[in-house]
Ligand binder design. Structure first.
Ligand code: HAM
Length: 435
């Protein structure tokens, strides 16, 4: 036997009643406007994919969170936890015949079986913007600029948010200079990724136990994060041939962002490496400046993923921006839009004789693109006025018998309370468009 509890929403999933949907559409509209401004075109792919698409390519952290199962045909499948492998697959089938670079964006719903916490759910929507077929700091900067502009479009500027940027090639060069063997780099990234969330002793222990580094090397790695400025890194490692080219390219990335108007939004931060396995170059995460929330967005360069997924070998860079943290941040900063319902006109019908006229006026106004609601049950005038106010109507059109007999209706502005008489022919006449 079922009871109401059986139908409770799954933990980590959301309903979207109209007020919530209003905020969601507000984000999506802004994301679409900004993507278009930078020349990106929208695509989509299936929400269910072969499990293999994620295993190995995305890395352990995400694979541990997959919503995977065997389908009725015996296939190993998974709901998509991220969009990037799907993008690589879609391009794998067609990129050879496409002019480069390719600028594509998407707003998929993604599923990760995560421990539920503030800012992390089991489903979220993610704005994905990817630039494929162009290597180098210009492409990296263009993509980060799209992310920052998307946030600025929603009212968040350099006072509210900042991007923390680094480059895995730079970190690799520095770690090699400190004696970390190449075979241990990926494991070391996993620990560096947690530098901010775990105490130094724990990081040191993980570097020796999990990454298997000699103690003095592990200590040198931990010490690295005491002097985090780019100038200090340059003073210490600038002469190293494995470090110098990546420092130069990071500097040019920062300079291009300055040209694009985002200089104030970006900080160098060597602790940013990102949890996903496929990044090969620039990496970045965007946070609220006060540091109260989890990351709003993350991304970077991944030059080998397309080839791994069986496509053409193409350099690529992109980011994902989630709707969960962003919605929290907008609400917290008073930047969420008013999502109360609003229509242009509410028609108040005094007697049944005016019902047909009300419907004809509604049809005519709707034909001119206005939103119109009228009382559909024989309600008192008072109730109809309160319904008009619940709908957030801008104007109320009152069809009283005496006025209708004179060929007019009374139109009242709900803001000012001012009333005026309007000819019925004007309300009914298509020719009066814009009147
Ligand atoms: P990601 O860092 O895993 O990157 O996710 C990007 C953003 O999605 C996060 O910063 C966060 O805002 C949001 N997000 C991730 N997981 C959750 C969750 N469980 N609940 C709520 N929000 C979440 C990627 O997914 C990469 N594929 C992005 C990318 C695109 N890289 C290159 N192109």
């Amino acid at each position: 036997m079922s009871n109401a509890k059986d139908f409770a929403r799954l933990p980590g999933f959301r309903d979207f009643p109209p007020e919530e949907m209003g905020l969601r559409s507000h984000l999506f509209d802004a994301w679409r406007r900004v993507a278009a401004r930078y020349g990106f075109r929208e695509y989509d792919a299936p929400p269910l994919e072969p499990l293999d698409l994620y295993v190995e390519k995305s890395g352990e952290e995400i694979v541990g969170q997959l919503y995977n199962f065997t389908d009725k045909g015996g296939r190993q499948v998974s709901l998509r936890p991220e969009m990037t492998p799907s993008l690589a697959r879609v391009l794998g089938d067609r990129s050879r015949s496409m002019p480069k670079p390719i600028r594509w964006f998407s707003i998929p719903q993604l599923f990760r079986y995560e421990r539920q916490q503030r800012g992390r759910l089991r489903e979220h929507f993610q704005w994905n913007v990817d630039l494929v077929g162009a290597a180098g700091p210009e492409a990296d900067a263009e993509v980060l600029a799209v992310a920052l502009d998307g946030l600025r479009e929603l009212g968040l500027d350099a006072r509210h948010i900042r991007a923390r940027v680094s480059d895995r090639r730079l970190l690799a060069g520095i770690l090699s200079a400190l004696g970390v063997p190449e075979s241990r780099l990926l494991a070391a990234y996993g620990v560096v990724d947690k530098v901010e969330r775990e105490p130094p002793e724990r990081i040191l222990q993980r570097l020796t136990d999990e990454v298997d580094l000699p103690r003095e090397v592990a200590e040198a790695v931990v010490g690295l994060f005491d002097a985090p400025e780019l100038d200090q890194v340059e003073a210490r490692f600038g002469e190293d041939p494995d470090v110098a080219p990546h420092l130069a390219s990071l500097r040019s990335f920062l300079k291009i962002l300055e040209d694009l108007g985002f200089g104030d939004y970006v900080d160098f931060d060597l602790t940013i490496v990102r949890g996903l396995a496929y990044y090969t170059g620039v990496v970045f995460e965007i946070f609220d400046r006060a540091g109260e929330f989890r990351a709003v967005a993350g991304g970077g360069r991944y030059d080998r993923l397309l080839e791994l997924v069986g496509g053409e070998s193409l350099p690529a860079v992109g980011f994902g921006m989630g709707d969960v943290v962003l919605s929290e941040l907008l609400r917290e900063r008073g930047l969420a839009p008013d999502t109360s319902h609003s229509v242009d006109h509410f028609i108040v019908i005094i007697g049944d004789e005016q019902a047909s006229l009300a419907r004809r006026i509604a049809a005519s106004l709707r034909g001119r693109g206005r939103s119109v609601v009228y009382g559909i049950r024989g309600q008192s005038v008072r109730k109809q006025f309160s319904a008009a106010s619940n709908e957030g109507a801008r104007e109320v059109v009152v069809l009283g018998p005496d006025e209708v007999n004179r060929g007019v209706a009374v139109v009242r502005s709900m803001d000012s309370g001012a009333e005026r008489e309007v000819e019925l022919t004007a309300l009914l006449d298509d020719a009066a468009v814009g009147a």
